[in-house]
Design a protein around this ligand. Sequence first.
Ligand code: G3I
Length: 460
Amino acid sequence: MRSTRWKAASRAALALAGAGALAAGMALTATAPAAAGTTLGASAAEKGRYFGTAVAGFKLSDSAYTTILNREFNMVTAENEMKMNATEPQQNQFSYGAADQIVNHARSRGMSVRGHTLAWHSQQPGWMESMSGSALRQAMLNHVTQVATHFRGQVVAWDVVNEAFADGSSGGRRDSNLQRTGNDWIEAAFRAARAADPGAKLCYNDYNTDNWTHAKTQGVYNMVRDFKARGVPIDCVGFQSHFNNESPYVSNYRTTLSSFAALGVDVQITELDIQGASANTYRSVVEDCLAVARCNGITVWGIRDSDSWRASQTPLLFNNNGSKKPAYDAVLAALNNGTTPTDPPTDPPTDPPTDPPTTPPPGSGGCTATVSVNQWTGGFVATVKVTAGSSAISGWTIGIGLPSGATVTNAWNANRSGNTGTTNWTNVAYNGRVGAGQSTEYGFQANGTAGSLSPTCSAS
Ligand code: G3I
């Protein structure tokens, strides 16, 4: 059931848009989503994605705000109302009024809700800030259990843990009262959330994790890989993606999204804003998400620039007066132009295929391979592009000789033999068949220096 939740959210939005948004019992009039392809939510839904925004509860009485919210978006994140200080202001006294108002507003209009956030070093209630040790651990787990239980069945996903990694070059955890209860606090929070709401997707969410070469990104990646290996219940990773002059969008963002997805988790862009709202950068972000099958959706962190936590950076899609900015048009166009992603979902399909499989013809036109390298001090990521010749191929093997000192540490979208010296790479089940003249990609990360790599390709 969990694997279908994102698609269910976007399907619901699509159905809502296509049906004129007049589902029985829903108070939708002028604010109903328009036809598919003309609003962010409808266009995203056509691509099997959602498009969301952060909502501040006190703005729900502002009709200019709710007109845009109800027209454009099909996913909602409470900007502050589900945080620990809002939901448990006194220990064991829970307060859900402001959050419930947002959830009800969203769900009664066919929008889904992303829960933000169950455990965080920031915005803790005062009583929790002064706790430590096992008392804090128990209080945190109780909070996760109570809040996830309250919203059970109402949120499609939880940011179970937010911002637990340190900035800078360490790649390690951020110091906090929660971290000082023991390094296993994150997995304990995930297990408690799963027990409380087995139907919700459980996500880790952080900022400055967009650049694949950054230590913080690698630190989170290693944690998620470890969690998947040990069966810790994690389903998704949220990339906040607050882009600004100090932390700009980078072209390896797509590599970051696809690399996490290759671990077997969904990925989402959860708090997008871009200083200056460059249309080109917004377009690139959307295209990057659409290129990754497991990138389920995008949430912008507010509606109008004046709603932003960084209002002076004018980072959002709507002007203060509610009019659409060029970035809006770029996002909508990118959603409508999006192509079908090529990387596969790792969850098994729910419906068996009805057509008998066709036998691919044997390849006769061979293949070629090229490699692009993103090198940093001490390591690199190689992206290998495999292109079929004049005939379709049904499998491929790539040979790459690595220079002395280079050691592969992880790879995605290919099977590997060898991690130093001569390495051989073969297709995995889903990317062996490549049409005539078409391409597929795989990648790997390594320590050391790549130098000049010359891949060979043989087809089958
Ligand atoms: O509601 C009170 C108001 O009564 C009071 O007069 C005023 C005085 O400062 O504060 C108001 O609360 C503020 C609240 O936003 C609502 O506007 C808080 O001080 C302020 O700290 C809070 O800031 C929020 C911030 O998280 C807190 O860390 C931002 O709205 C919210 O956008 C921001 O969101 C975070 C995500 O949760 C995690 N990722 C980063 C992102 C941006 O910082």
